[in-house]
Design a protein around this ligand. Structure first.
Ligand SMILES: Cc1cc2nc3c(=O)[nH]c(=O)nc-3n(C[C@H](O)[C@H](O)[C@H](O)COP(=O)(O)OP(=O)(O)OC[C@H]3O[C@@H](n4cnc5c(N)ncnc54)[C@H](O)[C@@H]3O)c2cc1C
Length: 414
């Protein structure tokens, strides 16, 4: 690309954050031939990179950081993006339209995009959260530290049966660790999936040797010389552990917005155009709370980070592009690929369909008779067809879904 001319100093865009959403925003703006001056400020030391492999192939040491980067350094120079790494925005002055940097100094903006992501919840220090050997997983440095500790024969305790915890369990077992996974709720992935999906994932992990304990919380960690050695569980059991992986959800990074008087509610509240309560400030990705199907929600996924950021890029460039999420998600555990289309929250019925191959299946979610989501386990066809049906507002007959003889593709024509 030719060197950006910019629009003088009138149109300065500051992007706070250097993750999936930040990268999608700047890439889309430049693809739209929008040449305004852009400064990307990221607290991380690395250029923007993909996070999903951190709990999958990267943790298995099957990928290196350079393969996670969206673009090499040269791309940012070629596209006239001023990148500030290892630099944190500590405050927003909405009157002066400037941000304060932890390195000192301020930078002025005309438009501000907050793409600050989320931070994993930690265990309180009072129950051992600060001990050596206790890990959360959000960035490549977390993954590097954890990978160093994942040695065969060691015992990993995983706290939380959400997708991060389950993926970490799969990696740990694959690397030859003993794994105990505890989930406080009655069943794993309860927050995001139907019980039929929990049943399939539970059976998978138990078959791979995970000691999976649902309805079991942590009372406190046990330690020697500041290093974790085990845990006391809510059912009174005590187990030993060489390391602990905490996967108990995340909190949106909305502090700087909140402190600047922008509306927040565990996330920065935005409208369908991605605008916050301050019209000069947009929020995208995991840090944004957005309207979806009569709710205000945060969607923690690559799909949302990319699609919302691209809509916001078009809006910043002067178009009017409302963002109507079409959620999809995936998770890799052992040799199983789970693909999710739609958003199952509020479902009142599910139908389970056996797949063509051994171990494949799909769970179809309905709300008031309408198909809203599909979880496909090693069943790409069910995922693709389910996604199309949901996106086009079609609801197939439940009996047809349940019948393994039904040709799924034919449902799209009916
Ligand atoms: C281990 C792991 C596995 C995942 N697997 C999947 C998956 O399989 N499928 C899927 O769809 N999604 C997955 N996700 C979720 C997905 O990666 C996120 O939804 C996505 O990264 C969100 O992008 P984001 O840009 O909003 O936030 P992030 O990628 O978190 O980026 C936010 C950035 O902002 C920076 N930042 C924060 N505050 C400041 C500040 N004040 N100043 C400067 N910089 C700041 C942070 O350091 C960070 O670099 C996974 C996430 C993790 C952690």
């Amino acid at each position: 690309m030719a060197e950006a001319q910019g629009d003088g100093q009138e149109n300065r865009l500051i992007v706070v954050g250097g993750g999936q959403a930040a990268f999608a925003l700047i890439a889309k703006l430049r693809a739209l031939k929008d040449l305004r001056p852009i400064t990307l400020i990221s607290a991380e030391q690395s250029l923007p990179y993909q996070r999903p492999p951190l709990s999958k192939k990267y943790l298995l040491k099957e990928m290196t950081l350079d393969r996670l980067l969206y673009r090499p350094e040269s791309w940012y120079a070629e596209h006239a993006i001023d990148v500030r790494l290892g630099c944190r925005v500590t405050a927003i002055d909405r009157v002066a339209k400037s941000v304060t940097l932890d390195h000192g100094g301020t930078l002025g903006y005309d438009t501000l995009a907050l793409a600050t992501g989320a931070t994993p919840r930690r265990l309180p220090d009072s129950i051992g959260g600060a001990l050596d050997g206790v890990f959360t997983l959000r960035d490549y440095q977390d993954a590097d530290r954890l990978a160093e500790e994942m040695r065969p024969g060691r015992h990993a305790l995983i706290i939380g049966g959400g997708y991060i915890g389950l993926e970490a369990a799969a990696v740990a077992r694959t690397l030859g660790l003993e794994v105990t996974l505890i989930e406080m709720a009655d069943r794993i992935v309860q927050r995001v999936a139907a019980s039929a999906t929990s049943d399939i994932l539970r059976a998978l992990h138990i078959s791979r040797g995970v000691d999976l304990r649902e309805g079991t919380g942590l009372t406190h960690l046990l330690e020697r010389d500041g290093r974790v050695t085990g845990a006391k569980l809510s059912d009174g059991a005590a187990i030993s552990a060489d390391l602990v992986i905490v996967g108990i959800g995340v909190s949106a990074n909305d502090r700087i917005a909140h402190d600047a008087g922008i509306e927040t509610a565990n996330g920065i509240i935005v409208d369908i155009n991605g605008r916050s309560s301050d019209p000069s400030v947009f929020a995208i990705g995991d840090c944004a709370v957005l309207p979806f199907a009569d709710m205000l929600i945060r969607l923690e996924s690559v799909q949302n980070a990319v699609d919302q950021a691209e809509a916001v890029a078009a809006n910043i460039a002067g178009n009017s592009v409302p963002y109507h999420p079409k959620p999809w998600f995936w998770s890799d555990q052992y040799d199983v690929k789970l693909q999710i289309a739609g958003f199952g929250l509020g479902h009142d019925e599910t139908v389970t369909r056996a797949g063509q191959r051994e171990g494949s299946a799909s769970v179809w979610y309905y709300r008031q008779g309408t198909l809203i989501a599909v979880d496909a386990i090693n069943d790409a066809k069910a995922y693709v067809v389910g996604k199309k049906l949901i996106e086009t507002g079609m609801t197939p007959d439940k009996a047809a879904i349940e019948n393994p003889a039904t040709d799924l593709k034919a449902l799209l024509a009916s």
